[in-house]
Design a protein. Sequence first.
Length: 202
Amino acid sequence: MRIGFTQGDPADCDFRQQIVTLTATGVDRLFLEETAVPGTIGNQLHEMLDSLQADDVVVIPSLAALSASNTQLIELIDQIYQKNAVLDVLDLRTFQQNKTLKMQRILTATVLESLRYAQKMERKRRREQQRKGIISAQAAGRYRGKQLEYSDTAPDPKKREIYHQIVSLLQATPRVGVSEIMHRTGVARQTVYNIKHRLEKK
């Protein structure tokens, strides 16, 4: 079965033209998500995904008709692919040149992997930019790392007070156990150990 889907603002000329285009391709069912905020997963999109059977063809005017979010697009196409359905993307020439189910399945998998690769590269690029920014800030003396929640320089005066209390208990004679410090200060065990380790390094 050929299932058409698109979403958009009913007042938008492009949305109305997409409906005409989808209808002209001879779809058996047509799901229209009328929304002024494209990218939201509404009832029609959910219904379309739930209705999919193996070998169904999801006909969309463009990938953006599913979602403008790369992450959401990957999730939606993966759902279609996992149901053994395929895409037919009308504005991608490769899909229009290969109308067999076998080729559309290959192309759907290729689109999915391409989007995943692009997402991976974007995350890598952002991490690299962040790393360079930190190095630059360190060189300029502006970067001090993550602010410790409990320390003598903690922004929260209450947490500074708790920090000094924990330090005093850790250095007390006779020694006060970690469990007792947790009970007195109300902090997690790991917080006490973190402060203890920092003190030992001094």
